[in-house]
Design a protein around this ligand. Structure first.
Ligand code: SF4
Length: 498
């Protein structure tokens, strides 16, 4: 591919080239039918199995696909496969998985000088297709932007989508897409239902790109489960991706056999510990190096933990979520103190001296006692001999499709005071507490719950003032609305601690 001449373009080109050179691609695809765009940075994109899996699915049906990722400072975008500039593609497919990606999608289009609204684009502009986790529960936030929204598991509609993309003429593609039940087309006011993928076993989702960057460094990713058998009140997966489906061990066996022993395996599932055939899974992985995406505290077993430790993992991650049983019950986490203690003991027995724990705060009627439970759990871990305890503390963001949909997010002022309180209680040697940005969380909440009218307003603000101003606007509006309404929450006071 010809290198760009302008120094500022060359800088973007070199960044992509560097990441590309570090990748080992086992299923290289080329072609300009479709640009698959992950609107997040490379490390986030590369941590997702779908970064290569979606590409491979499309190429299975004859579509030439190349992958793109987002960089805040990028002015131009080049593909990882061939360093082809994005303006050579007629269809851009965004994988929209996190609320804040919406701001990046707008930024990408603006930098490409493509009108943000589908209403303002003509036949010379590329078609904007949007899919990904966000489209399962609320596609409204991309209504003003997307020409086409694909809802749900791509495997179900991949053949029809691919046939449509290959038609090449914009109008013909739109007409063909109109016939697909899982597709929404705002200009036709066509609604679509969420596609469910009934069986992982007929087409096992396996990644084909290995990279030293991202969460699963140098690993072959395999999705062993999709959806979740649980029903945690704050989590969309537990409510929207039912029934949970799992890769059978016989299928997994043939997948694992094809992976060189020298290469690490990354097992992906909403909760790996809910995999129904855990013993067989561990038999299959005996002597191999592997890591897992997430584990529940009530599902840990010593063999799994030992094997993870033997794989070179130095820390493990779990999510008690609530500092007290009351909060865990409100969140329907279905774990208790014994589960937490047992999980931490197992970790130590397996040889771990580092643990990372996720907690949620900002739950309705939460008291200081509830919050103080977070430092109590942390101290228990330290007492057991953990030398490093990392905590990730996130405000509760009520999301559509969950039982909390009608709850408002806790007032920012209250969240700030809770954060301060937590910071005070967590000043402990050996403990690192990371607090998710409150502003970012508020923006997430508002985008998750945005109607298409609100999204239209967001696009207009972005068009006129840019990304930072839109973020500021969303935050300000949220705070103003909260101030003007009566909060149903009991104010957070020190008196509530017993
Ligand atoms: S939080 Fe985890 S265990 Fe709970 S429903 Fe979501 S994915 Fe399942």
């Amino acid at each position: 591919m010809r290198r760009p001449r302008r120094p500022e373009d060359f800088r973007d080109y070199s960044v992509v080239e560097n990441f590309s050179k570090r990748e080992k691609d086992y299923n290289p695809s080329r072609g300009d039918d479709l640009a698959l765009f992950f609107p997040s940075n490379y490390r986030v994109a590369a941590s997702s199995l779908s970064f290569s899996w979606v590409r491979d699915l499309f190429s299975l049906y004859g579509v030439g696909v190349e992958r793109f990722f987002y960089g805040e400072s990028f002015r131009r975008f080049y593909s990882l496969e061939s360093l082809r500039p994005i303006d050579e593609f007629r269809v851009i497919a965004f994988s929209y998985n996190f609320e804040l990606d919406l701001l990046n999608i707008m930024d990408i289009l603006k930098k490409l000088q493509i009108p943000l609204k589908w209403k303002e684009r003509d036949e010379h502009h590329p078609l904007i297709l949007v899919g990904g986790a966000m489209t399962y529960f609320n596609p409204s936030s991309v209504y003003p932007i997307a020409d086409i929204i694909y809802r749900g598991d791509l495997e179900t509609g991949i053949k029809d989508i691919s046939d449509a993309v290959l038609l090449k003429v914009k109008r013909e593609i739109l007409d063909a897409m109109r016939m697909i039940p899982f597709v929404e087309i705002p200009r036709f006011e066509k609604r679509g239902k969420v596609a469910k993928f009934s069986d992982l076993n007929s087409l096992p989702p396996v990644g084909s790109v290995i990279t030293p960057d991202g969460e699963f460094r140098n690993s072959f990713l395999i999705e062993i489960g999709r959806g979740c058998i649980r029903r945690c009140a704050f989590c969309m997966i537990g409510h929207l991706q039912k029934p949970a489906r799992f890769l059978r061990t016989s299928v997994l066996d043939s997948v694992v056999k094809n992976i060189p022993r020298s290469v690490k395996i990354g097992l992906i599932s909403a909760t790996v510990t809910d995999y129904p055939w855990m013993d067989e899974l561990l038999d299959l992985l005996e002597g191999r190096s592997f890591s897992v995406s997430s584990m529940r505290m009530d599902g840990l077993n010593l063999r799994l933990m030992r094997m993870l430790r033997e794989s070179g993992q130095r820390s493990f991650t779990v999510a008690p979520e609530g500092g007290s049983q009351r909060v865990r019950d409100i969140l329907k986490k279905d774990i208790n103190e014994e589960h937490i203690e047992r999980a931490l003991i197992l970790g130590r027995k397996a040889g771990f001296d580092s643990v990372k724990m996720y907690f949620i705060y900002g739950v309705s009627r939460e008291s200081e006692r509830d919050l103080a439970g977070i430092s109590d759990i942390t101290r228990v871990a330290l007492k057991m001999g953990y030398r490093n305890v990392k905590l990730s503390l996130n405000p509760l963001i009520p999301k559509p499709g969950t039982p909390l949909v009608n709850d408002r997010m806790e007032d920012v002022k209250v969240l700030e005071s809770k954060k301060k309180f937590l910071q005070g209680t967590l000043k402990i040697r050996g403990v690192k507490a990371h607090f998710e940005s409150l502003k970012g969380s508020v923006v997430q909440y508002e985008i998750a719950n945005a109607t298409s009218e609100i999204a239209e307003e967001y696009v207009e603000i972005f068009n006129r003032f840019g990304k930072k101003s839109l973020k500021d606007f969303i935050y300000r509006e949220h705070v103003n609305v909260k101030r003007g309404e009566k909060s149903g929450h009991i104010p957070f006071t020190t008196a509530s601690r017993k």
